[in-house]
Structures are given as structure tokens and as C-alpha cells.
Design a protein around this ligand. Sequence first.
Ligand code: ADP
Length: 474
Amino acid sequence: MGGKILSVASECVPLIKTGGLADVVGALPAALAPLGWHMRTLLPAYRPLLPHLAQMSEVLREADLFGAPARVVAGQIAGLDLLLLDAPHLYDRDGGPYSDTRGDFADNPQRFAALSWVAARIAREGASGWKPDVLHGHDWQAGFASAYLRYHGTGGAASVITIHNIAFQGWADAALIDVLRLPKSAFTADALEYYGGLASLKAALVTADAITTVSPTYAAEIMRPEFGMGLEGVIAARAGDVLGILNGVDPAVWSPELEPIAYSRETLSDKAKNKLALLKDLKLKIKGPLAIIVSRLTAQKGIDLALSAMPEFLDAGGGLAVLGTGDPAFEIALRALAARYPAQVSVKIGYNEAYSHRLFAGGDMVLVPSRFEPCGLTQMYGLAYGTLPVVAAVGGLADTVIHASPAALSAGVATGVVFHPVDAMGFSGALRQALRLYRDAPTWAKMQRQAMALDLGWGPAAAQYAALYQRLIK
Ligand code: ADP
């Protein structure tokens, strides 16, 4: 058992993160190592990563990588066995991984085709004597990698694509097909063509040996038009190669025992100290439960549903603390809600890891009314912290939270409230039920203990990825 895996992604904790993708890419190597799998992670050398190059050594050179020379350097950085693609013409610029203040970078197709090209070359030929058995790409940014293996030679390497969010598909104009080093002969509906253009995620879905996504429910959902976002037919056609593997969370980062005011299942009453301290800092005065939201503020995350449902919850005595950034319209609406309920609602616009920990430690429930959610991480943090999740019945939310139905309550397995249909009425009903459960203190405490007893670590996911790699190598 075991072998070598090249993981290819645009984000990786702790180096660069905009979403849950980075958490997964950062966690996989350590989770797989005990099972005999050596994973190296290839990332673009964005400007903030350039200081690391000094401690790394060159393992590969490209004479012309979409416009200029480039190289790959290797080294142990932040506990990761890292490969960085040093291509200043593509990555040494201001802004985030995909965009700056003016919007998405116009050359994103080339920037991530470059990452994929180099990944495929390492998989095919190796780099400084290290040749992976499997290329594991993440999302559209690595989508062309398996296409390059298919059309330029695999060198015996197998490939996996993991879909973290099918809403992002890596669209590129059809006229770029030559520039992107893809064969015109493959510009057909059953291969690279996608609604008249190209999409790197579609390219991966038709060329990778296996397709995974980050929860079993999302794996089934994306074969249907409501969730597939145009790719449902492509995925359904490969149903036998599709696998849903639920993400884990890192207990070394997300454990209430590690917070400044520590608590555990056994010392659950100490959770209240976190709530008191938080309410004091936020200058909130509530008698009822404190709900929290830690999220990108977008329509996907159902922020509009929360805005509609919140007044009833607040009028009934609840409180709300929000941490997030995103759509300016939602930021404005949330601030207006805070202005209307100054003693009950706090809204912080921004990205703040430390403060998010305080919210999970001090909150009573975490709200995740997403319209779609491939896996979702914040409901899992909520479970680990006894901050019970109130979630929409979609994707990974449905796979991780057990609804407080009468049967689940009496069986002693309920861990939250799961609602559908995913609309404002559905969410209002869920909040009413959450409030009722909260007021039944023994039941609430029992649910908290049930949630906190779950094993949410990476063990099960690592075992499933390992089994998949093994199957592909055979
Ligand atoms: P997505 O990847 O769709 O944004 P996930 O729930 O899978 O959603 O992952 C989001 C991750 O980002 C979680 O780790 C969450 O705690 C974190 N996060 C989101 N917004 C913020 C914020 N404003 N401050 C701190 N952490 C955040």
C-alpha cells in the first residue's frame, strides 16, 4: 500500500487561502502520510509566497511557460512538502490569487493552465527524480492538468479531480485553444467544448481517471440540473467514477479545549464564560441564544434568507454575531440590521481567523442557510464546539448534521436543526425550532454533548482517498 501523489491547487493553508479548498489541500498531506502516501503540493508562487523561494531549490525549468521562462522550486515550508511554480509574469502581482481591485485577472486561463501544464509535466516525467503515481488536481485551477496528460501523454500517471465548488468552472474563450496547448480535434461536445467555449473544470471531468467531490450528498446533487450548473450531464455520464468524500477538520486547530477559556464535553458549563465575555466585548445584551454566522456574504450562503428570518428570532430574544465579507449589498443590509437591533446584533466585516474562534466558543448556534454547500466547514466547527448548527438540507450540511426530529432526539443522535425547503419560511421555521430546543436546557445540553462526541478529523477521508489512489494505480 502507498505511493506518491502530486496535489495541485491554487490555495493551501497556511500559505494562501480564500475558502475551504485551502483547508483541504493543507490538511491532506499530513492525513495521508501515516497511510504510506507521500503527497507533495504544487502551488503558484504568488507575490506573498516569494520570500520562501530563498530556502527552496530548483527542480524543473520551463523555457516558455505561456509567455516567459519559469521554474519549479521545492522545499519544506510550513510543514508541507511544497513545490512552487515561480513564474513572475503570471503570479508576481498585487491582489489575491484570482483578482485585484479591478476584478478577475484577464489572463486567468493562462495563469492556471500554466500551473496545470507544469503539474502534468511533473506527473509525466518526474522532477529531480521524484515521479508521482497519481496527479490529484483541485477545482478548475488544476482542471487542464488531466487534459494535458490525456493529449500530451500520461507517462503512466493516473489522475483525480476533486470538485470543491462546481459554481467555479474556469471558463475560457474558444479562441484560446491553441494558446492553451490543447488540440483543436478535441473541441467537441464529448471532450473540451463547453457551450461554445472552454472550461477547465469540464476538461478535467472528461479526462481525469476519477472524480471526487467533498460530500456524498453533493456528489449526487451535481448530477442534477438544480446543482450541476451546466455540468450535470457530464458528471452523470461518469457516475461510476464519481465519489463523495467528506472533508474533515483539524482538531489541533478546532477544539474548544484549546481556546483561551477552555471547555470540553465534560466541562460544558464553562462554555457560558465564553459567551459572557463575547457579549461584553460586543456590547450586546441578550437573554436568549446567541446565533453566529462566519461566512462569505454571498447568495450561495443564503445571507438573504438570514436577513429575512432574523427579525422574528431577534424579537423573540435571540442575538446575532456575524463575521464575513462579500457582496456589498449584504454587508449594507447586515449593518442596517445591527443599527435596528444595536443591543442584539453585531456585524464585523472582514476576515479574522482569531475572532472566528471566539464566535464558535461563545455562540450557542451557528447558522448555515446555504442554497448549495459542497461540504461546508463552519457547521463542523459548530459541532466540535457544541455551537449547534442550524443548516439547510443540502450537500455536506445534510451529511454532517443530524436533525432534531423526534426519532433522532429519542435515539440520542440529534446534533442540530436541518431544514428544507431552503427558503426564508423554511429557515424561519428552523430558527423557531432551535429556539424551542434551546429553552429546553437538558435537551440542548444533551445535543451539545452528542455533537462534541463526534469524530470530525481527517482519518476517514484519508482512508477513502488512499483506497481510491490504490485502485487507480492498479
Ligand atoms: P467556502 O469555501 O464556500 O467559503 P467553507 O465553509 O467550506 O465555505 O469554508 C469557509 C472557511 O473560511 C471556513 O474555514 C470558515 O471558518 C472560513 N471563513 C469564512 N469567512 C471568514 C471570515 N470572515 N473570517 C474568518 N474565517 C472565515
